[in-house]
Design a protein around this ligand. Structure first.
Ligand code: CLR
Length: 264
């Protein structure tokens, strides 16, 4: 978090002071985002590679499919909330994030944390058999049948598949995740210009690493993915409203508080 220390926020300072002017600063910014990413992803890519042989058996799939709608929703909401918690940790260490007001930090996390979970999903995805690492084993779409939202699940799996095709490095995933989170277009922001300063520095960092690796063409594809992410998350919210209407008790008393706080 060196950049945070170098550039403590004061309302009088130059509005672009977070914008890294020297290459040393942009390298430090990237390094600190990558470090934060590495420290908050539960599994390393190599670990996940080594676990690929662990696929759910027919019997185990049956167990998930015979769960009731609300039981399976509760289970998935718990898994998602764990993942969101790591994203919150990640966000806190993005240089500049903690200098935003509490209101703006929450506003960014409210819409962005689920999107980052979906970006991170590509690390947990095996395109050879279209499965995702879930509860310790690799699971296909059929495992989520009892959620009764097949359209959302298949859209999420398609997204993961497309993200994998970009073959992003860990560094690129880290910077892209930060860019997804620090977005001036989110609703309910108090101080858009302060968010914009942070956004610009992250954007600069991502452009910088793509340029260094001769992969500038990825930038355009990543912006396209951001639009898909937005639609996936509104579909998730729509499903959640549908579920809460049918199972108000589960949604109200059995969902994790963080899940309710961020999405309800
Ligand atoms: C994403 C990357 C995280 C770890 C992680 C945890 C939970 C997983 C999630 C990943 C991918 C999406 C996932 C989720 C649990 C349930 C959810 C498999 C791998 C599916 C798509 C069901 C969504 C159900 C909602 C409608 C409640 O670092």
């Amino acid at each position: 978090h060196d950049l945070v220390a170098i550039h403590p926020y004061s309302p009088l300072e130059d509005p672009y002071s977070l914008y890294p002017h020297s290459l040393r600063n942009v390298d430090e910014l990237c390094a600190s985002i990558v470090r934060s990413h590495r420290e908050t992803t539960q599994y390393r890519v190599e670990e996940l590679q080594a676990l690929r042989w662990k696929v759910l058996s027919r019997e185990e799939i049956q167990v998930y499919q015979s769960k009731s709608v609300d039981e399976m929703w509760q289970h998935c909401a718990n898994r998602l909330t764990d993942a969101v918690q790591y994203v919150v940790e990640f966000a806190k260490h993005i240089p500049g994030f903690r200098m935003l007001s509490q209101n703006d930090q929450i506003a960014l996390l409210k819409t962005g944390s689920m999107e980052v979970v979906l970006v991170r999903m590509c690390r947990y995805f095996n395109t050879e058999n279209n499965t995702v690492f879930f509860d310790g084993k690799f699971a296909g779409v059929e495992v989520f049948k009892s959620l009764a939202c097949g359209d959302l699940i298949s859209a999420v799996f398609d997204f993961a598949h497309d993200m994998c095709a970009l073959k992003l490095t860990e560094q690129q995933i880290a910077l892209f995740s930060a860019l997804v989170l620090i977005n001036t277009e989110r609703p309910c922001l108090e101080d858009r210009s302060r968010v914009q300063r942070v956004q610009r520095s992250v954007e600069f960092g991502l452009t910088h690493i793509l340029h260094r690796e001769n992969q500038e063409s990825l930038m355009h594809k990543l912006y396209q993915r951001m639009a898909v992410l937005r639609s996936l998350c509104s579909l998730h919210m729509e499903k959640l409203r549908w579920f809460s209407q049918r199972y108000p008790l589960t949604a109200h008393s059995l969902f994790p508080p963080l899940y309710k706080e961020l999405f309800a």
